[in-house]
Design a protein around this ligand. Sequence first.
Ligand code: ADP
Length: 446
Amino acid sequence: MFKKILIANRGEIALRIIRSCKELGVETVAVYSEADRDSLHVKFADEAVCIGPPPSRESYLNIPRLIAAAEITNSDAIHPGYGFLAENAQFSEICESSGIKFIGPRPAMITAMGDKALAKETMRNAGIPVVPGSDGIIEDLAEAKKMAESIGYPVIIKATAGGGGKGMRLAWSPDEFERQFQMARTEAEAAFGNGSVYIEKYVEQPRHIEFQVLGDQYGEVIHLGERECSIQRRHQKLIEESPSPFMDAELREKMGAAAIKGSKSVKYEGAGTIEFLVDKNRNFYFMEMNTRIQVEHPVTEQVVGLDLVREQIAVAAGAKVSKKKLRQVGHAIECRVNAEDPSKGFRPNPGTISGFHTPGGYGVRTDTHAYAGYTIPPYYDSLIAKQIAFGATREEVVDRMYRALEEFVIEGVATTIPFHMKVMKDARFRKGDFDTHFLDSFNFSD
Ligand code: ADP
C-alpha cells in the first residue's frame, strides 16, 4: 500500500479521496490554489501545499507545480480525482517517469480512450456495438455532408476531444448541416484547442446508461452494475441513479458483458466507466469511456456496498479485483447541488454561504466541501454538494430524496435544490419514464 497520496484536485472529490485514505491508514497531501485556502480538503489533509494563483492553468492544471508538491512532500502516489488532469495522458506519463504512481490508467490507455473517434473504432474492433457514424475524424465539409446523408438524418456532430457536452451539435436536415458543422468545429477549437469532429447517427429518445468497471494490473476486469444518467441539461448530467429503471436482468447481462469485453480488450486498469446510449427498442451503443472516477460514483457504492475510491487505490497498489458475483441491492439516487439559479437559466451563483445545514437520517449521504461561511470561488465548476439517498425501492428513495432536499439549508447563494425537489414530484420521473430529453419540456421557473 502507498504511504502518502497527493490529491491533485479540490472540492468535494478531494475530500472524498482524503476520507478513503484515512480509513486505509494512508497519509494525505492536499494541494490548493490561493482561492481555496479555506476549503475543507485543505483542513482535513495531513499536509497541504499551495500551488499557485486561482486560475486552474496556474494551479490545478499546472503539472510542474503538482509534481514539485509531490516531491517535496515525499508522496508516492497521486490521485487525480475527476476533471482537471484526471484524463491527461501527459500528466500520467510525467508521474510515471518521476517515480510517482498515478492512480488511474497508463498514459497510452488515456490517449486511446480520450480521443473519442479512436475509442469508438477500438470498441467496434472488439465487437462492441457503437453508434453508427463516420470512421474517425472528418475534415472536409463536402465529405461530411456526404457522410451525413449516408448515415441518415438526424445526425450529431461531436468534438473528438469533447467533454462536458461542449462541441456537440445536432443537425436535423441537410439545410442546417453546414451551419452546425462549422459551429461544432469552432466550439471544439475554442474549448479544447482541437477542432476535430466526427459524425454520429443521432439516437432518438435515448437513455444514457453507463457501466462502472474496475480492472486490475493482471488483466482481470469486473463490472459493478449500471447507472442511469438520462436526466441532463445541455448534455450535462444532473441526476443519476442505480439501478436504471429501464434495466432488466437480460439487458444488464448483455451490456455488462460488453462493458467487460471492451475493457479487457484494452487491458483496462483502474476504475472506469463505459457509457452507452440505449434506444427505446433496447438496442445499446458504446458512446465513450471515461478513464477516471466519475462524479456519480456514490450511487454505485450505495447499491454494491463497496468504497470505489478505496478499490481504485487498492488496484493501483497491485491488488487483484475479486470475481465475486455482482451484488446490487436496493436503489440509490444522486442529485447534483450546484450554485446555479434554476429560475434564471441555471446562471452560476458564486458567493458566500451564510447558513448551511446538511440533511441526515436513514438512507441519506451528503458529499460536500461546503460549510457555513464558505465562499464559493468563481473560478471552478459550480458543484457544491452531492445529495445521495438510498434504500430498498426506487419509490421509497425518491420520497426520501425529497425529504432530504427539504432539510438541506443553503443560505446566501441560489442553488439547484428547488429544481431537484420539483423533479422528485414529477409524475414521469416517478414512473421512471424518461429519456435524455426529459428536461426539454420541463418548467424550471415556477
Ligand atoms: P461529453 O463527453 O461532452 O459529456 P458524451 O459523448 O458523453 O459527451 O455525450 C453527452 C450526452 O450527449 C449523452 O449523454 C447524450 O445525452 C448526448 N448524445 C451524445 N451522442 C449522442 C447521439 N449519437 N445520439 C443522441 N444523443 C447523444
